[in-house]
Design a protein around this ligand. Sequence first.
Ligand SMILES: [Zn+2]
Length: 181
Amino acid sequence: MSDVIFPGKSLCIEEEFLPGKNVFIENGELKSSAVGKEETDSKNRVVSVKAGKAKEMLKEGSIVYGRVASVKDSNALIELFSAENGEVLAPSFATLMVSQVSSAYVDSMKSVVRIADIIKAKVSEINPQGINLSINSPELGVIKAYCINCRYPLRLFDSELKCVKCASVQKRKFSKDYLIK
Ligand SMILES: [Zn+2]
């Protein structure tokens, strides 16, 4: 896809078009707030960005990024926001089961991910019920975690995720691509 628009991309100047869906005005320019395709309505002079539907744009094996929306012992609900190749995604959810975290036994998802963490995952299955994810690989897992006490982003020191604000050390299944080192 050569014509994918990324957030922050300038589409035109304010005088030319009105902002439509996923478009905002900054310094007199209309800019995209989403990943998607530009759509121009010349008649009504509206420019918008259409985000793709996850199920149409992903396949098994696709690498995706998402935010943890909820965590239970057996699974976590992930709100997907983009795919590694830059495509996607209109708001959509996927499930990460505790069995898809590691080849070793994992007691609870709460030692793997926490609410609002950002994860990098692989699509393991797409079926009529939804999208299932896996993070059972060194490059997959949490890439940005937030302290469960004070919400501050955690920093990776050697093999430990630590909050530099409240000094707590926390457990996650983090990716080797963890962002804050
Ligand atoms: Zn903290």
